[in-house]
Write a protein that binds this ligand. Structure first.
Ligand code: PLZ
Length: 450
């Protein structure tokens, strides 16, 4: 029995409740206005408009309460109305909204830089620069690596996702919908094979997968031309692909001995999401530069590049920046989000979410050979769906399951190069009962599609 007395701090009842069909009449009306006013290229996962959100629930404009297993794509890790974030932003908005850090700086920016220098992997001397979006931070990491090394080339991986700007489109692997028709793309971006345990030969362990990538890099790019290797420690949009143990450490070692900057794109994996503060921590990987965004600021737009002082200080004064980068509201939110992660033990909470969800997903898998793989870490988990008795991707089933989950009031997202991965990214403010209920819904839907 769900405890209806449980409420998020902003009063949102923590239970699933459907008072209309989904989408309800108000959402339909708003969707008609959206179609008439918003560019068609900006799609939506669900045709349901949000009114409030908190804890593990999004309330729509018709009063339906949806269980949130998406966190607005891994952003609201501390919750979508985390009390410390709300309070800090309210205090800051009353003080001032913007001066531009490049004009008259303010302490919030410096404090976020100090926090990132302290929290990111490695105890070397670091510096940080702040930006607005994940893509913008990835671009800046490449700028920094290029100026520091005097080299041009950048290596990324199969299934990678790094953003939608011109350079990051070149770095992103998947054509549709991210790149199709939007070229020409930035030059000097090369792609290497990643480690994908579910689809690689069983003998291809992390070391061998790294050796395969390194051989291609050496032959097709040449270490002497290579500024940076950029990789998501667990790939996000590409399918929640967790490389075999040893893959990332071997790549780092090769980068170190060849003067290549190793850049971890932790935009999706960062800030307690994977059961470590950063996914790199899992294997003790120390990136030269780390790119963060999403979970950093409880929903306000902020991103960062943090790294070795000698790399970060390579660009000339005035070479890095932007009008809004490190906006005071976003910095206040980030400091409050970081405090929430540390004070509320959210890293441990992510590990609890993993234990609860993985156990149930693995039990579903034991009875259903369409679940080819259950994977991920912390509150970044996924199932890869395949045609029964094969490893062939089943994007149609994935789409059907997602749509049925949405209609039942559970927000889930899909991902993967083949669109056959159902991913789960609950906010860490969600309760166990809601996780169980969402998994009950998933189990029913799986049974109904057999
Ligand atoms: N790097 C690893 O996951 C953003 C994209 C959703 P921005 N992922 C969600 C979509 O369809 O646009 C992402 C990421 C990784 C970079 C980015 C880009 O971050 O803040 O969206 O620019």
């Amino acid at each position: 029995m769900t405890d209806l007395s449980v409420r998020a701090d902003n009063g949102v009842d923590q239970h699933r409740l459907l008072v209309t069909e989904l989408p309800g009449p108000r959402s339909r009306e708003l969707m008609a206005r959206k179609v008439a006013a918003v560019a068609a290229g900006v799609g939506t996962t669900m045709p349901v408009f949000a009114a409030r959100a908190g804890g593990g629930v999004v309330v729509d404009v018709d009063g339906n309460h949806l269980i949130d297993l998406g966190s607005g794509i891994a952003v609201t890790t501390v919750g979508s109305s985390a009390p410390r974030v709300v309070e800090a932003v309210q205090r800051q908005v009353a003080a001032f909204t913007h001066t531009c850090f490049m004009v008259t700086p303010y302490d919030g920016y410096v404090a976020v830089a100090e926090a990132l220098n302290r929290l990111t992997p490695g105890d070397h001397e670091k510096r940080t620069a702040l930006f607005n979006s994940g893509a913008e931070a990835v671009e800046n990491a490449v700028k920094i690596a290029r100026v520091a090394t005097g080299r041009d080339a950048v290596v990324v991986f199969d299934h990678a996702y790094h953003g939608r700007t011109n350079l990051t489109m070149a770095m992103t692997a998947k054509s549709m919908p991210y790149k199709h028709g939007f070229g020409p793309f930035a030059p000097e971006v090369y792609r290497a094979p990643v480690s994908y345990p579910f689809r690689d030969h069983k003998e291809l362990d992390g070391q061998l997968a790294a050796a395969r990538a390194i051989e291609i890099i050496e032959k097709q790019v040449g270490a002497a031309n290579l500024a940076a290797v950029v990789i998501e420690p667990i790939q996000g949009e590409g399918g929640f692909i967790e490389p075999a143990p040893g893959f990332l450490p071997a790549l780092v070692e090769w980068c170190r001995s060849n003067g290549v900057v190793f850049v971890a794109d932790e935009v999706q994996t960062g800030f307690a999401r994977t059961g470590d503060m950063f996914a790199c921590d899992h294997e003790g990987v120390v990136p030269d530069l780390i790119v963060t965004a999403k979970g950093i600021a409880g929903g306000l737009p902020l991103s960062a590049v943090t790294g070795r002082v000698e790399l970060m200080d390579a660009p000339h004064v005035g070479g890095l920046g932007g009008t809004y980068g490190g906006n005071p509201l976003a910095c206040a939110a980030a400091l409050a989000a970081i405090e929430t992660i540390e004070a509320d033990g959210l890293i441990e909470r992510a590990r609890q979410v993993e234990r609860l969800m993985k156990d149930r997903l693995q039990r579903l898998q034991a009875d259903d050979d369409r679940i080819g793989d259950v994977r991920g870490r912390g509150a970044m988990l996924a199932v890869e769906l395949v045609v029964s008795g094969t490893t062939n991707p089943d994007p149609d089933l994935t789409k059907t399951l997602a749509t049925k989950a949405h209609q039942a009031g559970v927000i889930v997202l899909t991902c993967g190069t083949h669109g056959n991965v159902l991913r789960f990214l609950p906010p860490l403010a969600i309760g166990d009962d809601l996780l169980h209920e969402a998994l009950d819904v998933l189990a029913e839907i799986l049974a109904s599609t057999r």
